[in-house]
Ligand binder design. Structure first.
Ligand code: GLC
Length: 572
């Protein structure tokens, strides 16, 4: 039996509950909808689910501002609906992990309401309170990080927006209260958690001011207008300097150890994945988080073989220092960033949009064949693209509506220009409802209902599940095929990663090997046919496992790969 844990072998699929499937036809996704789509997910071939927050929330940050950690948002259903969903997901062989927001609660959470009510209530010290703002710290979403609460006559700290006050994690009562919420869901049988923004939990105890000569709106505006490499480098440095004292401060490791020990009270391999790229949060491989995301892989405008090789070399080296078995976790997209299909398309980089579909296939092949647990984001399997919502009144991402107001009212940008900027920086563009059919509202909700965010009209251009399901050439069919290949090829899941032919600039080539199986993975990143000599592997015979577009003329070890071809073969 393999010694690998379920979460090392699984491919995770992130469900954004509000946008995934609307079971009751009110324009908002819900548990009934998710339940109905379990067969779809099973057929797709993913093996585990991550739900973005499903808790009650006033929705200033789309559920990442939680007002009750032990309930289900009424618009998503009841606690019984959640239990039914969890039971059925398990029956479909799909473990479920939840989103756990530790840094902050909603300002409507009863803990905060009590804390702000007076300076001497039992929860007075559950948040971070000061008499006057001690520094110029900014919130990364909406201006100053200190907001006045008249009830107490004091200011509270928030790394995110003012509706998201930071908890005071130095207070042991806060820890116990949160661990009890964690136990609540573990008792129900959930399989683990994705940990939101763990880097923001502690602040510099010296409260050192930042040194950037701008506030948040000013820096965003400067970022929008940075064109040259020097300007971009300056802006990047400013972002780093503005927040460095509010991020990655001591204390997180101890906290993660405590949380891990809570999970260890339970049977089964309950897992933790951190929204952070710092592998040191994997502790000694056993005592902190199971995995953290390989975000550096996606921090580029263009995925190239050189970029991927360099990323893998750095990540593998970093993981090796954690522990011999420390595990990687690869992803290219989530609810916070531009959609994969848009971001890594040829057209985005000034190229030919005819290549976009091929690049989408390569992107998937990268995350499914590198070593580590892949995370996919709902909608990427049909090639959903960013949708720039033209009307600022329809935006729901508060950081974008806040920025729109600043642009118009403080920076005196023309409203139509400001609307374009807000639409482009808003995360709504990558959170629009899933496109199930070529029907009004993309089949997400009835025609007569206004969905919570507008549906991307490209559902009518075959970017919908129903039409792609029937089409052997569709991206959805490709996802299914490649997910099946991964499942059937142990070396792609468990094998070591060894890059080969590393100087080939347009070809990504590597081996994945277990003691029983050696697999060669090749990806042609160019729009041209390329020939490449693999005489170094000539001692092996090859067995085709998968090709996206096999060139019948190609032999081995002298290979000819078609434009953008992905070829996976077993070496014997
Ligand atoms: C994480 C979430 C993001 C949210 C933020 C604050 O980065 O992914 O959506 O806005 O934390 O909770």
């Amino acid at each position: 039996m393999s010694q690998f844990k379920w979460w090392q072998k699984a491919v995770f699929y992130q469900i954004y509950p509000r946008s995934f499937a609307d079971g009751n036809g009110d324009g908002i996704g819900d548990f009934k909808g998710m339940l109905e789509k379990l067969d779809y997910l099973k057929d797709l071939g993913v093996n585990a689910l991550w739900l973005s927050p499903h808790f009650p929330s006033p929705m200033y940050d789309c559920g990442y501002d939680i007002s009750d950690y032990e309930q289900v948002a009424p618009e998503y259903g009841s606690m019984d609906d959640f239990k039914t969903f969890l039971k059925e997901a398990h029956a479909h062989g799909l473990p479920v992990i939840l989103d756990l927001v530790l840094n902050h609660t909603s300002n409507e959470h009863r803990w905060f309401l009590e804390s702000k009510s007076s300076r001497d209530n039992p929860k007075a010290d559950w948040y971070v309170w000061v008499d006057t703002p001690p520094n110029n710290w900014q919130s990364c979403f909406d201006g100053p990080a200190w907001t006045f609460a008249p009830e107490r006559g004091q200011y509270y700290y928030h790394y995110f927006m003012k509706q998201q006050p930071d908890l005071n994690w130095h207070n042991p009562d806060v820890r116990q209260a949160m661990w009890n919420a964690v136990r609540f869901w573990l008792d129900l049988g959930v399989d683990g958690f994705r940990l939101d923004a763990i880097g923001t939990i502690f602040e510099d105890p010296e409260l050192t001011p930042h040194t950037v000569p701008l506030d948040l709106a000013g820096l965003r505006h400067l970022s929008d207008n940075a064109k040259t490499p020097a300007q971009r480098a300056q802006v990047e440095q400013y972002w780093h300097d503005m927040f460095k004292n509010q991020w990655s401060q001591p204390g997180v490791h101890e906290l993660m150890k405590e949380l891990r020990s809570v999970l260890n009270e339970y049977e089964g391999d309950r897992m933790l994945v951190g929204e952070d790229d710092d592998v040191s949060y994997q502790g000694n491989g056993e005592d902190e988080l199971s995995i953290v995301f390989n975000f550096p892989l996606m921090r580029t405008d263009q995925l190239t073989p050189d970029w991927i090789r360099k990323n893998q070399q750095e990540r593998m080296a970093a993981l090796a220092k954690v522990s011999p078995g420390a595990w990687a976790c690869n992803t290219l997209g989530n609810h916070d960033c531009s959609r994969i299909y848009t971001r890594y398309s040829a057209s985005w980089n000034g190229g030919d949009s005819a290549q976009d579909a091929s690049l989408a296939r390569l992107n998937l092949a990268v995350v499914l064949t590198l070593r580590g647990t892949p995370f996919l984001y709902n909608g990427e399997e049909i090639g959903m693209t960013d949708y720039l919502i033209p009307d600022p009144a329809r935006l729901r991402d508060t950081m974008a509506t806040w920025y729109y107001d600043r642009l118009v009212n403080e920076l005196h940008v023309e409203p139509s220009q400001a609307a374009l900027r807000a639409a482009a920086m808003s995360r709504d563009k990558n959170r629009t409802p899933l496109q199930w059919r070529n029907a009004p509202n993309g089949g997400f909700c009835p025609e007569s209902v206004t969905p919570w965010l507008p549906v991307n009209p490209d559902f009518a251009a075959r970017i919908n599940v129903q039409e792609q399901e029937k089409d052997p050439q569709s991206l959805l069919t490709f996802y299914r095929r490649l997910l099946l290949v991964r499942k059937a090829t142990p070396a792609l899941v468990e094998g070591d990663y060894q890059p080969i032919h590393e100087s080939a600039s347009e070809l990504l080539a590597f081996l994945r090997s277990t003691p029983q199986q050696k697999v060669l993975v090749l990806m042609n990143f160019s729009e041209k046919q390329i020939s490449h000599d693999f005489s170094d592997l000539a001692a092996h015979s090859v067995r085709d496992i998968f090709s996206s577009d096999r060139n019948p003329a190609s032999g081995f070890p002298h290979l000819t790969l078609n434009p953008f071809e992905i070829w996976i073969a077993e070496l014997n």
